[in-house]
Design a binder for this molecule. Structure first.
Ligand SMILES: Cc1ncc(COP(=O)(O)O)c(C=O)c1O
Length: 386
């Protein structure tokens, strides 16, 4: 294991402490932790160097956000994804969770329904229920080997009078779908027609595999009356979740006024000096590092597709560095699979049911890792299956 460079703390970052981690996965010291969505790779040298230089300045007081930070994001979006952000506003928020929480408060009332499309990122449901809103499910459909949105189902739930908002995951964590312009256009039309506000979580936008192309919801929404915001940031692309700072892209004046007022009331506006440095450097100089990571992830997908032991199989991701792995062929129920993965295969993965009941029988593996880590994970699975 020593040649496989995953930092000790990796995989524990969302468990508050060692005790929480052990509650999830047990006490095995030899667990391979691949459950958190972040790159487990040496990060871009340009970012590390810029942070070292910033740290050596010896001054970490209040800092005004330099215009270059948001400008670097705008330019990145234009050059990387062909998205012209002219005419939009960029709002700063400490995290996507904060943005979603505030958006739900501004756009909906307690008791209102919020559409989620499970299996979907684990934080969405508690963000909805803890603010006393209702989760309204429009489950994804697995057609053979690919997931799709149930657009008829979406039209049904969106037309309910209690439904006021939808959290769209674009691209989709955990199943790795990169939604097409046509799919997104239909979502925009349905939500426009039914007055449903779309919160489009686009944090995995940069993680495009092979020929996939990211479509911003904003582009799909063009020409409809749908109200929307899009959530972005460098945290996933460049492994910067620990330094925080994310962005909301919006053209919605009412939302902007509400967000700025909440942000000021709750003092969400403090700048992190290291985040400012890291983000600007990432967007200005991180492109080639990202390209190399994407190639590594694509290689890992191929290895998993070829070498996972029968009957385990990968659902091919089009985007994200997450592999959604189908263990249903093993015939285990949810508690059995949740125990088997850490205890028999010595892998800390995110069991599929964390993403909604639709994920039962699956597990999510983070695959922004070097090839030997994937080989090791496959070997552990093969040994456990026997
Ligand atoms: C789709 C998606 N949204 C949001 C987040 C988390 O964002 P934050 O930590 O800024 O709340 C993640 C983290 O994995 C994610 O995958």
């Amino acid at each position: 294991m020593s040649e496989i460079a995953i930092p000790q703390q990796a995989g524990q970052s969302q468990a508050d402490d060692r005790a929480s981690f052990e509650r999830l996965f047990g006490t095995d010291d030899d667990l391979l932790p691949l459950w958190i969505a972040e790159p487990y790779l040496p990060l871009a040298p340009s970012i590390v160097q810029a942070l070292e230089t910033r740290a050596s300045a010896g001054w970490y007081g209040y800092e005004i956000r330099p215009e270059g930070v948001n400008r670097s994001f705008t330019s990145w979006m234009k050059h990387r994804h062909g998205w012209d952000l002219g005419g939009t506003e960029l709002l700063v928020s400490p995290s996507l969770g904060t943005s979603i929480g505030v958006a739900l408060e501004l756009l909906t009332d307690p008791g209102d329904g919020v559409i989620l499309q499970p299996p979907v990122f684990t934080d969405f449901k508690p963000l909805v229920t803890r603010s006393h809103r209702k989760v309204v499910r429009n489950s994804l459909v697995l057609d053979g080997t690919e997931y799709r949105m149930d657009l008829e189902g979406l039209d049904d739930v969106a037309s309910r009078p209690d439904v006021k908002a939808m959290i769209l995951c674009n691209p989709h964590n955990p199943v790795g779908r990169v939604w097409t312009p046509e799919e997104l256009k239909t979502v925009a039309e349905i939500c426009s027609h039914n007055d449903v506000f779309v919160i489009s979580d686009e944090i995995h936008a940069d993680i495009m595999l092979k020929d996939s192309q990211f479509t911003p919801f904003a582009t799909a929404a063009h020409g409809t009356d749908v109200r929307w915001v899009a959530l972005h940031g460098a945290i996933k692309t460049f492994g910067l979740a620990g330094v925080a700072d994310t962005l909301i892209v919006t053209q919605d004046d009412e939302f902007t006024a509400g967000f700025l007022s909440t942000s000021s009331r709750l003092h969400l506006t403090r700048n992190n000096v290291f985040a400012l440095t890291a983000i600007e450097t990432a967007y200005e100089h991180g492109g080639s590092w990202l390209d190399a990571m994407l190639e590594q992830v694509a290689r890992n997908v191929e290895t998993l597709a070829n070498d996972l032991p029968e009957p385990v199989r990968i659902i091919q991701p089009q985007g994200t560095y997450l592999a959604w792995i189908d263990f249903r062929g093993l015939g285990m129920d949810v508690p059995e699979l949740s125990r088997w993965l850490p205890q028999q295969a010595h892998l800390a993965l995110s069991p599929g049911h964390w993403f909604g009941r639709e994920g039962a029988g699956f597990a999510r593996m983070s695959i922004a890792v070097k090839s030997p880590v994937i080989d090791e994970a496959i070997q552990r699975l093969s040994a456990a299956i026997g």
